[in-house]
Design a protein around this ligand. Structure first.
Ligand code: CAA
Length: 262
């Protein structure tokens, strides 16, 4: 598939996906969502990609929401189709076993905040702004914000953001746990790349199964989730990476995790 609204660049084990509609602050229209879905499905099938960084083009915006000029004329059935596609994108990002880091480089509003929420880790630049301003447009969030936001920051903070439509700065987002940390704007991508680099040094099977354990386990009760974790732990012993990791420790050397096929 040819992409007109996103860029997908590969640098060894790192893929960087950039939403590239800076004139409209990277707002998500139907085509952009289709391209994102295709891109992340392709990454899911590519074992050589070990980490993804997701960001927005330009200095001002990660994603300023779903595209309001596209949405204004939708009828209810079309709106449902649009929300379903948006949710498929979020579910794909969350569901692939490759870690995804959101490099939030500016506005992350509405569908943009929801996109960041679907990622595993969020690093924000100092100029980042977060909010779910949908109530200002007479709608509820449609890409999973009412569900992922309370799960991440708790019901009270989520309700405040959802009911008020308030936009908060990066420091406040960090305070309520919406982002992992805040870095100067000119260091955002480098900071994300350094984190990606550290993840790439670890056992790839173990990293993928950690994501699986967190995302699937969160939907289970604790007893079932812990049994699920024990199964994933056991599965690691089917990989030579467990032998390599433990041998390296005992031999006082760095592990060399080579192939993910075994
Ligand atoms: N959709 C379509 N176009 C958008 C947009 C959006 N979500 N956000 C910004 N743009 C466009 C603007 O219309 C403007 O276009 P023109 O130059 O052609 O006028 C351009 O991007 C630049 O934006 P501004 O001039 O408004 O820039 P600003 O710096 O003055 O303000 C902003 C920035 C505060 C982010 C403001 O643009 C804004 O409030 N945007 C809308 C944010 C929003 O409401 N997002 C939620 C959308 S609903 C949603 O996402 C539903 C869902 O869950 C599925």
């Amino acid at each position: 598939m040819e992409y007109s609204n996103i860029l997908c660049e590969k640098d060894g084990p790192l893929a960087t996906v950039t939403i590239n509609r800076p004139k409209v602050l990277n707002a998500l229209n139907y085509e952009t969502l289709q391209e994102l879905k295709h891109c992340f499905e392709t990454i899911a099938g590519d074992r050589s990609t070990r980490v993804v960084i997701l960001t927005g083009a330009g200095e001002k915006s990660f994603v300023a929401g779903a595209d309001i000029s596209f949405m204004r004329e939708l009828n209810p059935l079309e709106a449902r189709t649009f929300a379903t596609l948006g949710q498929e994108v979020m579910n794909t990002i969350e569901g692939i076993d490759t870690p995804v880091i959101a490099a939030v480089n500016g506005f992350a509003l509405g569908g943009g905040c929801e996109l960041a929420l679907a990622c595993d880790i969020r690093i924000a630049s100092e100029n980042a702004r977060f909010g779910q301003p949908e109530v200002n447009l007479g709608v509820v969030p449609g890409f999973g914000g009412t569900q992922r936001l309370p799960r991440l920051v708790g019901k009270g903070h989520a309700c405040e953001l959802l009911f008020s439509g308030d936009i908060i700065d990066a420091a406040e987002a960090a305070r309520i746990g919406l982002v992992n940390r805040v870095v100067p704007q000119d260091q955002l991508l480098e900071s994300c790349r350094q984190l990606a680099g550290r993840i790439c040094l670890r056992g790839p099977v173990a990293v993928r199964l950690c994501k699986d354990a967190v995302n699937n386990g969160l939907e289970m009760d604790l007893a079932r989730a812990c049994r699920y974790e024990a199964d994933l732990f056991a599965m690691c012993f089917a990989s030579t990476q467990q032998q390599e990791g433990m041998s390296a420790f005992l031999e006082k050397r760095q592990p060399k995790f080579e192939s993910e096929k075994d």
